[in-house]
Design a protein around this ligand. Structure first.
Ligand SMILES: Cc1cc2nc3c(=O)[nH]c(=O)nc-3n(C[C@H](O)[C@H](O)[C@H](O)COP(=O)(O)O)c2cc1C
Length: 304
């Protein structure tokens, strides 16, 4: 049996297959479909400091080979997560990586501090930097300096918790942001969150989403996400978790060979909640077919 274990800085996973935030609820919803013990880990929906009602519906729309969503981080807030969801998540036989988003830099730090105090049972913390900074308007991870500052402060607030920076692809050069995350002490980056897009109903002359614009995900974005991961991996500065359009073993292996140390399955969970487990089960055979005794031997071996 090939060695599937993954080391992402301080974080060690039994295998590289994770489920992406916002596409797997708080895991309880998936209990009847998913054998959690087969996964490298789960990442529950983003939580914010205060509860949020999210955006006006419609919040999702199907597009060619993908979907657009503008959920607007609908959630019950950090305290509710810690008291209601974490006790269940802690019982799962897999790594649980929390995911937080702040409205401001200070809010990120306050939330990370609270997780350090009360987040026992979390294997790591993913910082959703792909959300708007209310003071500046733009997403945090569109600016290397802001990215560096938030991660450094969160790093200081929780020195022992593995930190993953989740990056937005809506930038000119994602490698500048990944480099900043590495410099600031993140253990890994997740690349990528959704691509901003929109859908229109020309007959009604209206945007379909209540929020007008939304984030594109699913198979449509796989080639774009793959390129982002490949470029970040070439920096050799920080481990990369590939996410974007992964639904099958072949998708996962494409990302791994291109440089992903681990992968996340997102949109595929909505139409096939077993996709992640099937990928994890099929990985050993794929590695054997390449003559590899471990996953690590195959990561980033693309002959470009
Ligand atoms: C309906 C929906 C909700 C999402 N919510 C979150 C979220 O709360 N936090 C987050 O970091 N990413 C969120 N994402 C982004 C995914 O985690 C993932 O980065 C993105 O969808 C690309 O992967 P995919 O093509 O496999 O879905 C969401 C995606 C979808 C489709």
């Amino acid at each position: 049996m090939p060695d599937l274990s993954v080391t992402l800085g301080r974080l060690i996973l039994r295998n590289p297959v994770l489920v992406a935030s916002g596409t797997f609820g708080y895991a309880k919803e998936m209990t009847h479909f998913v054998d959690f013990a087969k996964l490298g880990g789960v990442i529950p929906k983003t939580v914010t400091q205060a509860s949020r009602a999210g955006n006006t519906p419609p919040r999702t729309v199907e597009t060619a080979s993908g979907m657009l969503n503008a959920i607007g981080l609908d959630n019950d807030g950090l305290e509710h997560f810690l008291s209601h969801h974490l006790p269940y998540l802690r019982t799962l036989p897999t790594a649980v990586i929390g995911n937080i988003a702040g409205k401001t830099e200070d809010e990120f730090v306050a939330m990370a501090t609270r997780v350090a105090e009360l987040g026992q049972g979390l294997a790591g913390l993913e910082l959703n930097l792909s959300c708007p900074n209310v003071s500046g308007g733009l997403d945090f991870a569109t600016d290397p300096e802001v990215t560096r500052r938030i991660i450094r402060k969160c790093r200081d607030a929780c020195p022992n918790i593995p930190l993953i920076a989740k990056l937005t692809p809506n930038v000119t050069d994602i490698t500048l942001i990944a480099r900043a995350a590495a410099d600031a002490g993140a253990d890994a980056v997740s690349a990528v969150n959704t691509f901003v897009g929109m859908a229109v109903d020309w007959r009604r002359r209206k945007a379909i989403l209540g929020n007008v614009t939304g984030g594109l995900s699913g198979p449509a974005i796989k080639p774009l996400a793959l390129r982002a991961v490949w470029r970040i991996a070439k920096l050799k500065a920080i481990p990369v978790i590939g996410v974007g359009g992964i639904a099958t073993l072949d998708d996962a292996m494409d990302f791994i060979v291109a440089g992903a140390n681990a992968i996340q399955v997102g949109t595929a969970n909505f139409y096939d909640p077993t996709a992640s487990v099937r990928i994890a089960e099929a990985l050993p055979e794929a590695l054997r077919s390449l003559g590899a005794a471990s996953l690590a031997e195959v990561v980033g071996t693309l002959n470009a």
